[in-house]
Every structure is written in C-alpha cells, then in structure tokens.
Design a protein around this ligand. Sequence first.
Ligand code: ZN
Ligand code: ZN
Length: 163
Amino acid sequence: MARPENNRLVHEPPLFNGFKPSGVQGHLLKTVTLSLDEFEAFRLADHIGLSHEEAADEMEISRPVFSKMIQRARQKVAMLIIEGKKLEIEGGNVHFQNNIFRCKSCGHMFKTSFQQTVTVCPSCGAEKLLNLAGGFGHGKCCGEHHRHRRHHHSKTRNKNSHE
Ligand SMILES: [Zn+2]
Ligand SMILES: [Zn+2]
C-alpha cells in the first residue's frame, strides 16, 4: 500500500519561515526555498541526530526517499551559508502533527494539538497570538489528516519496508 506523497509528517511548524545573510538588502539576494519536508528531514537528522531509518519512520516515508530529501536539504543550507542566499521555508507535501503559537505580547511559545482551540496566551493572557501552522497555510487540514489517519494507523508500514 503506497502512502500518498502528501502524507509526510512534520512534527511541528518551524519557528522561523526564513533567514537572510546580515549586511545585504533582501532584494539583492537570490532565494533558496527549503520545503517543509526538507526542513523536517534536516531537523531530524542533523539537529536531533536520528539515523536515516529512524527519521524516515518519523516522517512515514521510505528510507531512500528520506536520504534524497536530506541530501537536498543539506545542499540548500550549505548554499545559503557559503553563497549568501536568502532562505525561505515553505511548501512541501506535508501536514503538521502539532501546532505552535507565539504570543506577540510576551514572546511565550507553546505547543498545542489541532483539536484545541486557543485564543489567549497561557502565560500573560494576551489575545495576540501568532499561529505558526497557519502562517504556513496549515491548520484544519492537519487536524483532519490525523483524524483520518487514526483509522488506518497501524504498525503495518514496517512490514512494507524492505531492508
Ligand atoms: Zn503572552
Ligand atoms: Zn495540514
């Protein structure tokens, strides 16, 4: 049973949607786009330090697909640092498993599920919240994706992967 490509799982939205070299105006820079699945591959392999196999499992993709993805992500990050490009994080065939909100008033960040409705900052009570999943064009789709997944979810994918 091939899993559709748009089911790649990303644990939570990135905290930032872009980076740029210091000292150069943005419009003078070329943009490199890191997709959300490449971002997640980079996070799992190089920030957390999972093996390709473990990371592929986290994202529910095959190890060869993961290996290609992490290679692309590393190339892009290297290009960004060596050549001085602007990085944009967006797109990719993903859904988030959790959401993160950032309070615009006190800076507090907190994780939520897509089932929870959050309107005030648990730290300061302000209502000015930045919805990080929303900023990447996600939200309801992620919640629905997980609800749907629960019916199908099993360990069977391990039987389908060949070592
Ligand atoms: Zn706050
Ligand atoms: Zn989504």
